[in-house]
Design a protein around this ligand. Structure first.
Ligand code: MSP
Length: 509
């Protein structure tokens, strides 16, 4: 079995989960589920980034200890994963001992190798961003951009990691590994960033300025810079799982590619003598109603509330159908409802409904055997074979939105097949041929539905389970084999009519 280790970024524990966090988890889950179904041995990691200034400030604002604060936030993020049926194998928190001890080991190793040195540093410091700024960060008029908040000039002793010494190595590494960053054009952005000389990275914060962090093993008056701490989660989580590292994919948003994931992380690992990850999968950002999401202005989508109202699968479907991996996208209620109604309620939901209704009405609730094969059946089977092969290839290329589009086109074609065969008319005829066609059409629609929901499993796992249950199907063998058109449903007892995607304001079944 091929090993496949996939991670999400670990979210900052200084606020509640939002749609961006939900999307990243769903996208990663879709890849993880797809690889599992394809037979890989998958390890899927997510977690929480719990140290740093912002967490310390948020806890203080609430008047509670930082540990209590992050414990509460961690519950919310775990709940998000459960509510969205995220199939993560582990959830790492950077305040856990297993993480802290690995961070301290790596720091000590780098210090012993001479990769970390102490120096006086005088510079402009942004409290909001927790970083020293460079002249190149200034506005053209010399002022500091607003995102940095208050900027003050300070002098302090700190520890520095020799990033610059590895610049040439990293450029060479990226040239040799053209697929390190997906989508490919983002790799160019990394190389552009590397066309300027790198500065060594300040990896310490004096304890008097920041307490909430991992103390440096070689100088306990300092804590570790939050990115140095956070990035190591990917490695610390699997430290006791030999053979899991390196990660196959780190799934991250475009804002944290350069410099943390594409520059600091490979260099940290190289300097520590650890293999780099295989690749970074970089997604775009969601805006809401055309604007940046923001809790304070109310332009905010609570993913849990959405999943509660429409079901986790409906939200998962929308996020994956709407966004092309790598590009930005916009979320609005109107667009969500348009897809929900057209694709889920009226197309897939309708197919489920009709299939169950007709099997109950015309075949005493048991799927009959197909008896004839004419152009209508042949065409649908041919479309299925193409849809399945395309969908698998598209999933492998992370083109999940197109894969879903094709799968739903097959659902549309199945509904059109039903219109064409019109079982409700055949059911009124006593002719032998019509009766054979009736049984064939019932078998064909049930099989097409079984196949469609099986193919949708990475994105809509609950729907797959529900529909297979309603069809009396008992999936066996590898996923690829389950995707073959066959007669496994013959004789299966189907359930009663079910409304999978109730129209808003109509009662759920
Ligand atoms: N804690 C760091 C990551 C450390 S990884 C070693 C962090 N946290 S975050 O909470 O700000 O963001 C977590 C992830 O959510 C990032 O990959 C980020 O790109 C993603 N998103 C945050 N807002 C987003 C949108 N509006 N849309 C899509 N994803 C977004 O960065």
């Amino acid at each position: 079995m091929k090993k496949f280790f996939i991670t999400t970024a670990i979210d900052y524990a200084n606020g509640t989960p939002h749609l961006g966090h939900a999307y990243e988890k769903v996208l990663t889950d879709v890849v993880a589920r797809f690889r599992r179904l394809m037979g890989d041995e998958v390890f899927f990691l997510t977690g929480l980034d719990e140290h740093g200034q912002k967490v310390q400030q948020s806890a203080r604002a609430k008047g509670i200890a930082p540990q209590q604060y992050v414990d509460e936030i961690a519950l919310e993020f775990r709940n998000l994963c459960a509510r969205l049926t995220i199939s993560n194998d582990d959830f790492i928190r950077t305040t856990e001992t297993r993480h802290k001890s690995v961070v301290r080991d790596v720091l000590q190793r780098l210090f012993d190798k001479g990769e970390i040195y102490r120096a006086e540093y005088k510079g402009f410091y942004s409290t909001r961003q927790e970083q020293f700024l460079q002249d190149k960060d200034r506005n053209p008029d010399g002022s500091w951009p607003e995102i940095y908040g208050e900027v003050t000039e300070i002098t302090e002793a700190n520890y520095f990691f020799k990033l610059r010494a590895y610049q040439e190595w990293l450029i060479e590494f990226l040239r040799k590994n053209e697929d390190f960053v997906f989508p490919r054009y983002r790799q160019k952005q990394v190389l552009e960033f590397l066309s300027e000389p790198l500065n060594d990275l300040c990896i310490s914060r004096p304890k008097e300025r920041l307490e909430w962090g991992i103390p440096l093993p070689f100088d306990e008056d300092f804590v570790t810079y939050v990115w140095f701490d956070a990035l190591l989660n990917y490695y610390s989580a699997v430290a006791d799982r030999p053979g899991t590292w390196p990660a196959t994919y780190h799934v991250i948003g475009k804002d944290i590619l350069v410099p943390p994931h594409a520059v600091y992380w490979p260099i940290m690992l190289k300097a520590a003598g650890i293999e780099p990850p295989k690749s970074l999968l970089v997604h775009g950002w969601w805006s809401i109603n055309g604007a940046k999401m923001s809790k304070s202005t109310g332009n905010f989508v609570d993913p849990i509330a959405f999943a509660d109202q429409y079901g986790a699968d409906a939200l998962r479907f929308f996020l994956i159908r709407e966004m092309s991996v790598g590009q930005d996208s916009d979320f609005s209620n109107a667009q969500f409802l348009a897809r929900y109604n057209a694709e889920l309620a009226n197309n897939l939901g309708n197919l489920v409904n009709r299939t169950l209704n007709m099997a109950n009405r015309f075949a005493a609730g048991a799927v009959p055997a197909a008896e004839v094969e004419e152009d209508a059946e042949r065409d649908l089977k041919a479309l299925w074979a193409k849809t399945r092969d395309d969908a698998i290839r598209l999933n492998e290329e992370f083109q999940f939105h197109v894969s879903l589009e094709r799968t739903f086109a097959f659902v549309t074609a199945t509904n059109a097949y039903i219109e064409k065969r019109a079982p409700w008319k055949l059911g009124k005829s006593a002719e032998t041929r019509d009766q054979a066609l009736l049984r064939t059409s019932l078998a064909t629609m049930a099989e097409a539905l079984r196949l469609a929901v099986t193919l949708l499993a990475p994105v809509m796992p609950t729907t797959r389970d529900k529909v297979l249950g309603l069809l009396g199907a008992t999936p066996a063998g590898a996923w690829r084999a389950q995707l073959e058109w066959g007669a496994t449903l013959t004789g299966a007892k189907v359930g009663q009519t079910a409304i999978l995607f109730p129209k808003p304001n109509s009662p759920a079944s």
